[in-house]
Design a protein around this ligand. Sequence first.
Ligand SMILES: Nc1ncnc2c1ncn2[C@@H]1O[C@H](COP(=O)(O)OP(=O)(O)O)[C@@H](O)[C@H]1O
Ligand code: SF4
Ligand SMILES: [Mg+2]
Length: 369
Amino acid sequence: MTALLEVEGLVKHFVAARSVFGRPTAFVKAVDGVSFSVEAGKTLALVGESGCGKSTVSRLVLRLIEPDAGKVRFEGRDLGALDDNALRAFRRDAQIIFQDPYASLNPRMTVSQILTEPLALHDLVPAARRRERVEELLQLVGLEPRFARRYPHEFSGGQRQRIAIARALAVEPKLIICDEPVSALDVSIRSQILNLLRDLQDRLGLAYIFVSHDLAVVKHIADRVAVMNLGTIVEAADAQALFAAPRHPYSRALLSAIPVPRPQAKRSRIVLEGEMPSALNPPPGCRFHTRCPYVIERCRTEVPALLADGTGHATACHRTAELPATENIVPADGGFSPALEKLIAAFGGGVEGGAGTGVDQSGIRPAVA
Ligand SMILES: Nc1ncnc2c1ncn2[C@@H]1O[C@H](COP(=O)(O)OP(=O)(O)O)[C@@H](O)[C@H]1O
Ligand code: SF4
Ligand SMILES: [Mg+2]
């Protein structure tokens, strides 16, 4: 069975600086050889610190931007080779919702207008039936039909995210990319939206790419997890396997930074030493080598390939086979290094990229957020 979505060797470098003659002199290697697939009706979580390239991958998958290299196949067809009609059909099949629903909902349109727009655009429902369909959509996301006449500012953050979800659902998509959909919401609202997304997946057979800087958020929604660091995937596995026994030193550090709810379930935190590197000038060899507690000489020069074992658990690390078992993760007896503090902050929730939260790996501000 072919997957719903297959991504192969995606590359996207942005020009970060030019000479006085306009020649590019520096690139942000935002996405640097990313491959994964998403099965119909399943959730792939794409996790990593702010600036590691998650949103760029999302935009590449939807073909909102063109890749420098690599392929995206949807239902077996190469998106790069689609004609206008086929691309239009794809734009119906694949939707996106963002971190900040307020920014993505037109403040001058009522909910009814917001939800009718895609119906009209794709000529899905006859004009006479659209009102009914709007009510159906609102019910689907747990909002009352009478809300149709209201404007976005009349809703709470969680309700606005429900409206954004309803708009995505209007065109009956097969895939929704959820780019940090709960990162801007109050912690108390997050699980409601996550539950809604899961419920909709069950009822409608949707596939998700669920983008998050917060591993804890992903734990309850992902079927498969891909961990990204500086534009590359360092580990990909079924969610259960990854959460039970992460293999890559970076994934282990991220997991050790998730707060443990039960006090008796102690977990040691891995202290990452070294400077936070930048996507503007990623380190040679393994991109994690400047922070990895297990670094050896080879890591500084040789890029580790992402290799899967027989179970489909893939790791990009020269030392996968030699690393200690997860239970023996190096204990953090000497407190936390500044790098780990930043890492914990980045994964501790809050608004991505907001004050004191996300760690931008680029060292520069994104031109397009
Ligand atoms: N349009 C752009 N121009 C230049 N740099 C960009 C652009 N979009 C993203 N970047 C850079 O690419 C890197 C990855 O960004 P992004 O995909 O937004 O990361 P994430 O979603 O994981 O936080 C960052 O270093 C960001 O600054
Ligand atoms: S390849 Fe080397 S530096 Fe990279 S994660 Fe593995 S041990 Fe660490
Ligand atoms: Mg992002």
